[in-house]
Design a protein around this ligand. Structure first.
Ligand code: NI
Length: 185
């Protein structure tokens, strides 16, 4: 089932998400719905707050970019209760977009490596370093679980330059090809 994506201006995107445990109902179905929603929207990552759920859950689909980056063929992963444990490498700029911010693409500086702990769908513990594009996606998505968005990491100048677009998104004035949940509806 395709879920509507919550866009900028909605409170759930600014909440710190709660951890979940094995008692969370219909988790596998939710994960499956999030992958389906992400694919339909042609994104590479989706965090639960973006579908209106303030829980620490996110899905990553790098298979979506495997035409350009064949090493990511079949890279479909879900992460329960993920946390950034450590960062490394150097700060690197990279252009990011976000399904909750249709029409905005901006360079954001982030560390090139990141160590993440999480649980898989069977609630087994994992702890791994990521680098390159996966490190970028992990940091962007985990930010969502902490109530942060990529605009928070833009330079003040770039944020100012996007102010009108941001106001329009918050007011529901934008176009995109996927289903969204607008404010106050
Ligand atoms: Ni995002």
């Amino acid at each position: 089932m395709i879920l509507p994506i919550y866009t900028y201006g909605q409170g759930v995107l600014r909440k710190e998400a709660d951890e979940i445990d094995e008692s969370y109902e219909n988790l596998k179905e939710l994960i499956s719905d999030m992958f389906e929603t992400l694919k339909k929207a042609e994104g590479v990552g989706l965090a639960a707050p973006q579908v209106g759920l303030p829980i620490r859950l996110m899905v990553v689909d790098l298979d979506a970019v495997s035409d350009d980056m064949p090493e990511f063929k079949g890279y479909l992963r879900s992460y329960i209760n993920p946390y950034i444990e450590e960062t490394g490498g150097e700060m690197v700029p990279y252009e990011e977009g976000c399904l909750s911010f249709p029409g905005i693409h901006e360079k954001v500086n982030r560390p090139s490596k990141v160590r993440v702990s999480w649980l898989d769908e069977e609630f087994n513990e994992h702890d791994e370093w990521f680098e390159g594009f996966p490190a970028r996606v992990m940091q962007h998505e985990i930010d969502h679980l902490d109530g942060k968005c990529f605009i928070d990491r833009m330079s003040p100048l770039r944020r100012q330059m996007n102010k009108k677009t941001l106001n329009n998104i918050a007011a529901g004035k934008f176009n995109c090809d996927y289903k969204v949940k607008l404010n106050r509806k």
